[in-house]
Design a binder for this molecule. Structure first.
Ligand code: SF4
Length: 226
């Protein structure tokens, strides 16, 4: 029998599917307002009702870690944020985060809270979303992640209503989140939650949380790449 030649498949082990890499101001978290390079990975297994990055669900281009590191370095940043989509849905995100830390950047990771964060380099500030009922993805929360949080990490709640606020306060108390993570962030859902009402509730309840306003939405109306 004739032997058929098999075309070798290029190794994919050092690639990531990327939607965009851009330099802007961080709009959220404890580094809000600071110039930051964003590396947005393609793909997310969740479908939150308020998602503002649906354009990252599919498409993108494959890039090697080497080319990504070069691209990031070209901006000469201090801060790098790996976001999505859900970055941890791509296993090579773990290697990228380590390489960014090794290169000396201050690195943060925005993650949905639905996937295991245990393999993420401890130098990374993990910004862990706890999905509220208003997201329609509350059943995806992986509560085991809470035990892994350190003072270098941040927990974020996107709050869509008073019901979401009450739910978030119950989780804050139940898990003692302000003692486990460096920051607890309460973020008003941009279209449906009045930020001033949320601010008033936080003050009235004297909560140990930070109101976060998503600066980029006010500056650039959430344009991709800004
Ligand atoms: S986890 Fe983030 S990227 Fe994924 S659907 Fe929810 S808001 Fe969008």
């Amino acid at each position: 029998m004739a032997c058929l030649a098999v075309t070798p498949v290029a190794p994919m082990q050092d690639t990531l599917r990327i939607t965009e890499v851009f330099y802007s101001l961080q709009g959220e978290t404890r580094t809000a307002g600071l110039p930051t390079v964003f590396v947005r990975l393609t793909g997310c297994p969740l479908r939150c009702g308020y998602c503002d990055s649906e354009y990252a669900f599919s498409g993108g281009t494959l890039q090697t870690l080497d080319s990504l590191m070069e691209q990031v370095a070209s901006y000469r940043p201090r801060y790098v944020c790996v976001t999505g989509g859900e970055p941890l849905a791509q296993p090579n995100a773990i290697a990228l985060l380590k390489r960014l830390c090794d290169a000396g950047y201050e690195v943060s990771l925005e993650t949905s809270g639905a996937l295991d964060i245990s393999k993420v380099d401890s130098r990374v500030s993990r910004v862990l979303d706890l999905k509220t009922p208003g997201s329609k993805e509350v059943s995806r929360n992986r509560y085991e992640n809470i035990d892994l949080l350190t003072a270098n990490d941040q927990v974020k709640f996107v709050i869509c209503s008073r019901e979401d606020y009450d739910w978030s306060v119950s989780k804050l108390i139940q898990y003692g989140l302000d003692r486990r993570a460096g920051e607890v962030l309460f973020s008003p859902e941009h279209r449906n939650m009045n930020a001033r009402a949320l601010a008033d509730w936080i003050v009235a309840d004297n909560l140990p949380v930070r109101l976060q306003m998503q600066l980029h939405k006010y500056l650039w109306n959430d344009e991709p790449g800004r």
